[in-house]
Design a protein around this ligand. Structure first.
Ligand code: COA
Length: 134
């Protein structure tokens, strides 16, 4: 993740603890995770985390399912669910600029480029609007 390497077990445990912490949506450490399943098997994950001024989303698809439109569908479904969970907040995402599939997904869903982190990740942002649900 991020630097292209898997998280170690300590980072995974901390992330899962945080996701399952049950903080209410208005809490500064609120997290909500969403699992995408195909044929009853988990195939992808969307995470959302409250940050200063926005809720950040991230998403992962199991490599055997890449290239079939799953991530695009996950993000399309997650956006209104995240707004239902947190209220009318802006959404943000940080992406390696070379991750063209991810950049494409964000652009298709109306995210706009909003700067670069000190680590060189491109920041994208989507202000709250009332989406036509599909
Ligand atoms: C990035 C990732 C989520 C994409 O998942 P996916 O299910 O294969 O993506 P999709 O099939 O929905 O494709 C998304 C879009 O990118 C396009 N795309 C795919 N590969 C591409 C490439 N190499 N260059 C340009 N566009 C590409 C697809 O055509 C699609 O566009 P479309 O909807 O206009 O047709 C997946 O590769 C992944 O989990 N990577 C590791 C984690 C990660 O990078 N997460 C994002 C961090 S924010």
């Amino acid at each position: 993740m991020g630097d292209g390497r898997p998280w170690d077990s300590g980072v995974i445990a901390a992330r899962v603890d945080s996701a399952l912490g049950g903080f209410p949506p208005e809490h500064p450490e609120a997290r909500r995770w969403f699992i995408a399943s195909l044929g009853g098997e988990p195939a992808g994950l969307v995470v959302s985390s409250r940050h200063e001024g926005a809720v950040e989303i991230g998403y992962w698809v199991a490599p055997e399912h890449w290239g079939r439109g799953l991530a695009g569908r996950m993000v399309a479904m997650a956006i209104p669910v995240v707004w239902d969970a947190y209220g009318p907040v802006s959404l943000s995402a940080r992406v390696e600029p070379g991750n063209l599939a991810s950049v494409r997904i964000l652009a298709r869903h109306g995210f706009r480029a909003d700067g670069v982190t000190p680590e060189g990740l491109a920041v994208y942002r989507l202000d709250h609007h009332s989406p036509a649900r599909s």
